[in-house]
Design a protein. Sequence first.
Length: 246
Amino acid sequence: MNKIIKSIPNTLTCISLFFGCLSILYSIEGNFLYAVACILIGSIFDFSDGFAARALKASSAIGKELDSLADQVSFGVAPGFAIYFWMKGHVDCSFCEYLPYISFLIPAFSALRLAKFNIDERQTSSFIGLPTPANALFLSSLVATSDTLLKEGVSNWFTDFCCNPVAMIVIVIVTSLLLVSEFPMFSLKFKHFGWTGNEKKFILMAFAVVAMVIFGIRGILFAAAFTTILFYMVMCIVDFFVKKKD
């Protein structure tokens, strides 16, 4: 029984990996809505494995390594494929047929970010640089929302932006650099569910719920994902300057 309990966190990690693989397949098929859904489900299991490890006192060296490997697939390779196939199918790359390959900067920098995280003792209770799950959700939900709008016959500034080659290049480069930046960001994982010490996380969760209601009514639920990640970035910037001022 003890072995079964100890294996629960690693099982949750493997489930996250499984959904990351599914996301890649859906991106290849051009089903970006399912691709981002799989990344979202994978992020939930990724969140759960660490909490389960602490709650069950089942933390292990292999669990730490497995978590990084799973994260690389689910939050590095999967969003890279989503952006690649989005650019292949919706972005005018006629001036450079190799342009979509820039999307693979995402898994490359995600790997660097994860390797850095494993040896950086400063990131035990907070993050330095954009977390890979947040980056994956931001990028995949961006294209999934645009894809949903285009399939509904809606063409506006947002879809034009997501279909603009320069815009996509900038997004890929900026988010990739944010992954390995030295910018401090608060952790999204809970060590307990009390208010004290989790104020910013609960505020972010409240924003996410409101965004889901607003965008859900409009039929573009996954727009809530990238707007929440943007809000998370803004919160981190404000928090950084407030602490710097103090």
